[in-house]
Design a protein around this ligand. Structure first.
Ligand code: DX5
Ligand code: ZN
Length: 213
């Protein structure tokens, strides 16, 4: 069964604790947290202190997506704030293999993300240090963008590449019940969604629609 990871990038930032609780009650499997540094992506979101503050309001895993230029420097800041998964971008890490080991060294799961233009072969030799592959189906930086269809092929290619390894495939950006269904069919394990979960305000129904379609 596919897991649903709502992105709080689309939440009410004035009521984040309540939003996280509402998402958990509505059936979210994990909370996706988009960390943006204004450098790797043209937007700034929030940092480790917010992750830490939210930890006491939720029991489900925190899935932290680092859209930052120097992940090696930033990973330690997230080592003791309650993150369960830390995902870094293959395009941003100077020494990707070392950075993934660094995340695991802190006892967290290591994720690697690929921008839409990045070939999956970029991560072929680091798979033994990867717990999750995050395929960006929009250009990172903003919610509410349109799903980039070419990424369906990448999901299939990653599914093939990981073979029997216990690596989960997550897709992020422009996920609706329709595009989510395509991702699931291609082999995705986790769907990240912001806009389609927050729109209309019925989180339970929106999460169910993503899961069931
Ligand atoms: C984009 C972020 C996504 C974003 C998804 O850079 O990584 O997690 O919140 O938002 P939607 O679902 O609106 O495309
Ligand atoms: Zn994200």
């Amino acid at each position: 069964m596919v897991l649903i990871a709502p992105s709080i990038l689309s939440a009410d930032y004035g009521n984040l604790a309540e939003e996280v609780q509402k998402l958990e009650t509505a059936g979210a499997d994990m909370i996706h947290m988009d960390i943006m540094d204004g450098h790797f992506v043209p937007n700034i979101s929030f940092g480790p202190s917010i992750v830490k503050a939210l930890r006491k309001y939720s029991k489900i895993p925190f899935d932290v997506h680092l859209m930052v230029s120097k992940p090696e420097e930033v990973i330690p800041w997230f080592s003791d704030v309650g993150a369960n998964i830390i995902t870094i971008h293959a395009e941003a890490a100077k020494h990707l293999d070392a950075a993934l080991r660094q995340i695991r060294g802190y006892g967290m799961q290591a994720g690697v993300s690929l921008n839409p233009e990045t070939d999956e072969n970029e991560i072929k030799y680091v798979l033994d240090n990867v717990d999750l592959i995050l395929i960006m189906s929009v250009n990172p930086g903003f919610g509410g963008q349109k799903f980039i269809e070419t990424q369906i092929k990448k999901i299939q290619a990653c599914r093939k590449m990981i073979k029997g390894r216990p690596i989960r495939i997550e897709v992020d950006g422009g996920i609706t019940p329709q595009t989510g269904a395509l991702c699931k069919r291609a082999g995705a394990d986790i769907l990240v969604a912001g806009t389609s979960i927050f729109q209309g305000g019925n989180y339970k129904e929106n999460i169910k629609a993503l899961r069931d379609k």
